[in-house]
Design a protein. Structure first.
Length: 421
């Protein structure tokens, strides 16, 4: 063989070697939501880019799809129309709906190695509750939260309240809010658009009631404790005059707080970093106040694996999800957003330990997990939740009494859930 032929053969072999990894590449599409403030799409894009540097054989198309409801609709529409999608971040409470539609597979059926199984056991149990059904793990935590109370410490000082002693009970919150309310500033705001059922669930928990059964087949909206919880929410506006009557907008409440229009607000811990950047005053973060007990529902989004994926795609998706939920990434995500670090190990990283030491509010949502319960979720979850949301807004706007509104919501839920019992 001539030298020229040898060189040609070597060049061909080199090209073949270069081509083979490209042929082995796996491309993934992932839909994800953003429901709080801040440039979080940039944070997600940065994480994806970092992953791909270390995993050049896996390409991830991260597609921002709106809020949680928008993301569910868009992801399922893509699947039905034949567009490839192998994974998504969606509402943790979408699990029953996704199971009913037979579009996801449980992680517990996909993991195989001891290392993978250890990873699946590494998350906070309270954050795993929504994703675990019938003994199988269908959703893995990612952007998870609890509701916390943000409060303006400067406003507390102004009216003679201790800025280091936020209210711990319903009565204390109403009393503090009365002192804090003045022209141009409300004492407290609880959002009643966007995710009203979530705020209401917190009030019900605090009054000693869980709104749904653990198997997703029953609701307890007409329980006396449920009615009392909604009445308290309404009374903050109509009786105590410390909150606007009617509805309070989820999407603009953070701005209202940082602009001084309310001295206290209930909102997702996922807004923490945005508030930290935007507030021009000294603020604090506290666990939600209690009536019979402290408590908040968990919230936020889980990773899901779609059923329509090849073995190679599913393996690549699992690799990506494990990377995204590793302690180091969970710590950075928590710092960038305010969302809860999803595993105890994330709070043992040097990064998050240092951040929490400098900014203690970063630990409030995590500490509240000991009092948290699974976010409201049932079979037929969309329609059941819509009925509850309508009842809450009917009561807050005065169209119905809390009792009448919740009895209507309960009747609707019983009709929808009857086939699942």
């Amino acid at each position: 063989m001539t030298m020229q032929r040898v060189r040609a053969a070597a060049f061909a072999a080199a090209l073949a070697g270069m081509a083979s990894p490209a042929m082995a590449d796996v491309e993934l599409s992932m839909y994800y939501p953003i429901a709080v403030g801040g440039p979080l799409t940039q944070v997600v894009d940065g994480m994806v880019n970092e992953f791909q540097k270390g995993h050049p054989d896996i390409k991830v198309n991260a597609i921002y799809a709106g809020n949680y409801d928008d993301t569910r609709v868009r992801a399922l529409s893509a699947l039905k129309s034949g567009e490839p999608a192998q994974l998504s971040v969606m509402f943790s409470i979408d699990v029953y709906d996704l199971m009913e539609q037979d579009v996801i597979v449980p992680f517990s059926d996909v993991v195989s190695t001891a290392e993978e199984k250890a990873w699946l056991d590494s998350f906070y149990p309270g954050l795993m509750a929504n994703g675990t059904v019938d003994g199988k793990v269908w959703g893995v935590p990612f952007q998870r939260s609890t509701i916390v109370m943000y409060y303006n410490k400067d406003a507390f000082r102004e009216v003679g309240l201790d800025p280091n002693q936020p209210p711990k009970t319903w009565d204390e919150m109403a009393a503090a809010a009365k002192k804090l309310t003045k022209d141009g500033r409300w004492g407290v705001m609880i959002p009643s658009t966007g995710y009203p059922y979530w705020m209401y669930q917190a009030l019900a928990i605090q009054n000693g009631l869980e709104l749904m059964s653990g198997d997703g087949t029953k609701t307890f909206f007409d329980d006396p404790a449920a009615i009392e919880a909604l009445q308290y929410w309404r009374d903050l506006g109509t009786k105590h005059k410390v909150m606007p009557e009617g509805t309070v907008e989820w999407g603009t409440l953070r701005q209202a707080f940082v602009q001084g229009q309310t001295a206290m607000m209930w909102h997702s811990t996922g807004n923490l970093t945005a508030v930290k950047k935007e507030a021009k005053f000294d603020f604090g973060v506290a666990m939600l106040p209690a009536k019979k007990r402290p408590g908040s529902p968990t919230g936020g989004g889980n990773f899901y694996l779609f059923k329509k994926a090849t073995d190679a795609e599913r393996k690549a998706a699992l690799t990506f999800i494990r990377w995204m939920t590793a302690p180091e990434r969970a710590a950075e995500w928590s710092k960038a957003t305010g969302y809860v670090g999803i595993s105890p190990a994330s709070y043992e990283t040097e990064s998050l330990k240092k951040y929490a030491a400098e900014f203690p509010p970063a630990l409030v949502a995590r500490d509240q997990l000991q009092h948290a319960v699974a976010e409201f979720s049932t079979y037929e979850t969309g329609r059941v939740r819509e009925g509850l949301n309508n009842a809450i807004q009917a009561a807050l706007t005065g169209r119905q009494t809390p009792e009448a509104a919740l009895k209507d919501a309960q009747a609707n839920a019983e009709r929808l859930l009857k086939p699942f019992r």
